[in-house]
Design a protein around this ligand. Structure first.
Ligand SMILES: Cc1ncc(COP(=O)(O)O)c(C=O)c1O
Length: 426
């Protein structure tokens, strides 16, 4: 088995002016940072995606398919974080750090642009977990009310509700969906059938981290809205992977992490709160400048004390990187590469079972599979230790291996991973 393309660090940056312009001095080391050409209008062949791969500081020979958990940042983001961190450490005076106020606002505007929101509707949090918990603890709910959850929600959008309900006496009900469903209608029906007159909130993952099933969010949020139900859409597995427009989707809350599919700085996150809903969600954390925060729309949800300014500022660089390739181009590429992975595995290992739908309509970049008779836990370890394919081992109801490739993977990586999986599960 030959390893996929080794990176060669082509040194020329293609029309990189826009990204360079607003980047801290000396952040770009010539010959090290490569920006891919613009995605729109480019010939999107494997050579293109090879160049994209070279804009990430990946360890040579590593085939990383773990985006659902944590993503590397491209050089341009990594260097911005490093440089601004050095800058703060060199001079932590108020005067030197004053610039971070406008950089933070630039990040807010960039995020708003990226997900189709207004800047006033965006709080820059630390991760999806924090955003989810802000919503769970901030809504007014009393005994007799009911909250509906997808049974595939992440604990921060599941156990968190149970905790609060145990104190305040409202009811939490969970909805199961048919396994690996290829039908958006079937998924919607499962939720629709469970709604009652007592349902006040509906909270679900856009894409399940457990199975990769994608819920038709716009349809479901529209349905909830028509019944006066608030919706929390957990976008940890969709933000940066799918082309998101929260206004079109119509959710009340959308949460995400910068360090997953967005490939941004670590420990940064997004909480979107629809303008009309801000008055209905209390903030859990109150800090310095509170009265000003109260007038700042969703800014009231980011009273989090001293932040890592470098990290918050670098979110803008992250969005610009996405825009360079194109959110729609990234979405299409993820579907293409995950399709190739699923089809290749099915062809190579006929007994393979997927927890993930095969079709694009109800799946995205997350794929979970098992091979009956194989020790999947051992296979997951060997896949990394002997073949350097980084995925995630999964236990429980949806056991197996989760692979979540991203734009830094090529089709050569996919072929390599399929060969490796066939070997470790044989
Ligand atoms: C659906 C979902 N929600 C929330 C989270 C929590 O993300 P974070 O640890 O970045 O807060 C995850 C993490 O995998 C997730 O998959």
């Amino acid at each position: 088995m030959t390893h996929p393309d080794r990176r060669t660090f082509i040194s020329h940056a293609f029309g990189a002016g826009a990204l360079f312009a607003a980047t801290p001095a000396n952040a770009m080391t010539p010959g090290r940072v490569l920006l891919p050409p613009k995605g729109h209008g480019a010939v999107l062949d494997e050579a293109y995606w090879g160049l994209v791969k070279e804009s990430f500081p990946l360890s040579p020979g590593l085939v990383l398919m773990n985006a659902a958990n944590l993503c590397p940042s491209p050089f341009v983001v990594q260097e911005a974080v490093f440089e601004w961190t050095r800058d703060v450490d060199a001079d932590a005076s108020f005067q030197n750090r004053a610039k971070f106020s406008s950089l933070q606002e630039a990040s807010r505007e960039a995020v708003a642009r990226h997900i189709g929101a207004d800047p006033e509707e965006i709080a820059l949090t630390r991760n999806t977990s924090e955003g989810n918990n802000t919503v769970v603890s901030g809504l007014e709910l009393t005994a007799g009310d009911e909250v509906l959850l997808w049974d595939q929600n992440h604990p921060t959008n599941s156990t968190s509700w149970d905790e609060r309900a145990s104190v305040e006496g409202f009811e939490v009900r969970r909805i199961s969906t048919p396994p690996a469903s290829e039908s958006p209608g079937e998924l919607i029906d499962a939720f629709q059938d469970a709604i009652t007159n007592r349902t006040k909130a509906l909270a679900f993952s856009h894409v399940s981290n457990a199975t990769g099933v994608r819920i038709p969010a716009a349809e479901l949020c529209g349905l909830a809205r028509s019944r006066g139900i608030l919706t929390l859409l957990d976008g940890a597995q969709s933000c940066g992977a799918l082309n998101i427009d929260v206004h079109e989707i119509g959710c009340d809350f959308y949460t995400a992490s910068s360090h997953k599919w967005l490939m941004g700085p670590k420990e940064a996150g997004i909480l979107y709160v629809r303008a009309e809903t801000i008055d209905r969600l209390r903030a859990s954390d109150v800090g310095v400048g509170w009265s000003r925060a109260l007038e700042g729309g969703a800014r009231k949800y980011e009273s989090l004390g001293q932040r890592d300014d470098a990290c918050v500022a670098a979110i803008e660089k992250t969005v610009v990187f996405h825009e360079r390739i194109g959110a729609d181009v990234i979405e299409a590429r993820l579907l293409e590469i995950t399709r190739a992975l699923k089809a290749g595995l099915r062809e190579r290992i006929p007994t393979v079972e997927f927890h993930t739908p095969m079709g694009d309509e109800t799946s995205s970049g997350v794929m979970v599979f098992r091979v009956p008779g194989a020790d999947m836990s051992a296979a997951y370890q060997t896949l990394y230790s002997e073949h350097r394919v980084g995925g995630a081992g999964r236990g429980g109801e949806f056991d197996g291996i989760r692979l979540s490739p991203h734009i830094y993977n090529t089709l050569a990586d996919v072929d390599y991973a399929i060969d490796a999986i066939a070997e470790v599960t044989a």
